[in-house]
Design a protein around this ligand. Sequence first.
Ligand SMILES: [Mg+2]
Length: 302
Amino acid sequence: MKYKGLLIDMDGVIYRENQLLPRAEEFIRYLIESGTPFVFVTNNSAPTPEDLVIKMKHLGVPGLAPRHFYTSAMNTADFLAEMHPGCTAFVLGESGLSAALQEVGIPNDTLRPSYVVVGEGSPSSERITKAHELIESGARLVATNPDNWCPVKGNQTRPGAGALAAYLESSTGQRAYYLGKPNPYMFFRARRRLHSSTREVMMVGDTMETDIRGAIEVGMQACLVLTGSTQLVDLANYVYQPTCVMEGVAELLEELKTGGNTDRMSSPALAIQNESHERSGDRHQTDRRVFARSRPRPAMTK
Ligand SMILES: [Mg+2]
């Protein structure tokens, strides 16, 4: 595997439930010290990059700067600024979304906005009703990401931007446009920050529907880590597949340090699969054992 820059998901890759995953701090320190270009990419549109710097510092990872973070809120702002210079927005979301829109010069508009922009958060029923009325009056509906729910703690979840956008889609009959992962525009703009070509970049993520799907569709390498929402056996449910599977960033760190080549076949992560799946390398969606498996929760995205 050859890559010059990394796009890295955060939740399920670097931390989980506000706890750093094994060797995550060492992994990030190594990236900084070795001068390896990297950007954290998250679908959470609530925080600003400055908020994320502080969060990472409190988790035990100092030395990061706002330029190391690219959120779905920033992606939405970049998209609207590029597609529609001079547009205005009515926002259902948190400070990270408002700040991102302000940064690119898109003003708040409660009268005749070009767009209703939906992100994470819990807006009042009055604001949701206002958004509905504005869409009925001609505003177009845009969401920062398609995640219907987000992990909170253990099995606890909260509604995501995708769920709120779906509510407004139902009430107005208008379809939303979704930015963030897996939209290729998220990967395109995040990759530009690395100053590398698409094929020289590897996305590291834990979610098949967003991290891996988007990276593969835009032509990047995609490394699935098993420290988050996906187990190895789940791979059989998907048509698209990661270019490599690793147990976590600890394994990726070893590869970076040794300059070695941990490919799909040599990763210890795949040894687990060989034990549980008898017929290794023969995964397909028609596999009966796959259909027989219970799936307790629907995927995070549509
Ligand atoms: Mg994740």
